[in-house]
Design a protein around this ligand. Structure first.
Ligand SMILES: [Zn+2]
Length: 261
């Protein structure tokens, strides 16, 4: 433990000087372990925490089971840790991982260790991601990618325990405050636990879903398209196959209407 702290101090100090103009940085001597622990540790911790937990300029939204989730990407999470704690001020490792056949998910138990105002703190969390499979053969397309996604999910959850993006997990979503009275959805509105945006692949042709622009200027993101496909046809569909499925349903409905009984 001591060795890790010393290494951290040696490595972090030059970086602090290099970017010393940044709001988040203090003179190197103030970050030394002894002083952080001996002098005003509360103030130091509060300041660090504020910077870790600060809101993000941009977030992403996804709809899961009809609930809008707000989340940050793995990149945003890593950048926040790097900027606030320093590149040498934190580390993440995978303690366990596996593939859960029934859930068809890759899962990871991750551990984040951070030098928090001189004290080393450790947090552990699980992360998961659905396995992406070839539509035709059912073979996993890229297990490494699935495990990486699960690891990123675990990292974001660990980091949220240190405040990063934690505000996104608040039960009361901003929209919910103005009028939505049946609060059935809020319990799941946990932005931090939302996995990395999935690589969305059409269940029919295996093509990755793309952004679609309509003549009237409307844009459907891949996530929206996937959401519509799942809701209407219980499948993830590219625009071509989404339209095909719509047409097929329309034909089926017409056929039904034309039936004499
Ligand atoms: Zn397709």
């Amino acid at each position: 433990m001591d060795a890790a702290v010393v290494v951290k101090d040696e490595v972090v100090a030059p970086e602090q000087q290099r970017s010393g103009a940044g709001r988040s940085l203090q003179p190197p001597e103030r970050r030394s372990v002894k002083r952080a622990e001996a002098q005003e540790p509360a103030a130091e911790f509060a300041d660090l925490y504020q910077r870790l937990a600060a809101p993000f300029d941009s977030t992403f939204k996804d709809i899961r089971g009809g609930v809008e989730l707000e989340y940050i990407t793995g990149e945003q999470c890593v950048s926040r840790l790097n900027e606030v704690l320093g590149v040498a001020g934190w580390s993440f490792r995978i303690l366990e991982h596996g593939i859960h056949a029934e859930a068809d998910e890759a899962w990871v138990l991750g551990e984040l260790t951070a030098s928090f105002g001189g004290a080393l703190v450790t947090r552990q969390q699980f992360g998961s991601q659905k396995i992406k499979r070839s539509r035709s053969s059912g073979t996993p397309l890229d297990i490494g990618f699935d495990l990486k996604g699960a690891a990123t999910d675990a990292l974001k959850k660990c980091a949220s325990l240190l405040g990063v993006g934690l505000y996104l997990s608040r039960k009361e979503a901003p929209e919910a405050a103005n009028g939505a009275t049946n609060g059935h959805a809020h319990g799941q509105a946990n932005g931090v636990t939302a996995a990395e945006p999935e690589r969305l692949v059409c269940d029919v042709c295996g093509e990755e879903l793309r952004e679609t622009r309509f003549r009237d200027g409307t844009v459907w993101t891949p996530l929206q398209l996937a959401g519509y496909g799942r809701r209407k046809h219980s499948r993830t569909l590219c625009m071509t196959h989404y339209r095909e499925a719509n047409d097929a349903r329309r034909r089926a409905e017409v056929t039904l209407e034309e039936m004499p009984f």
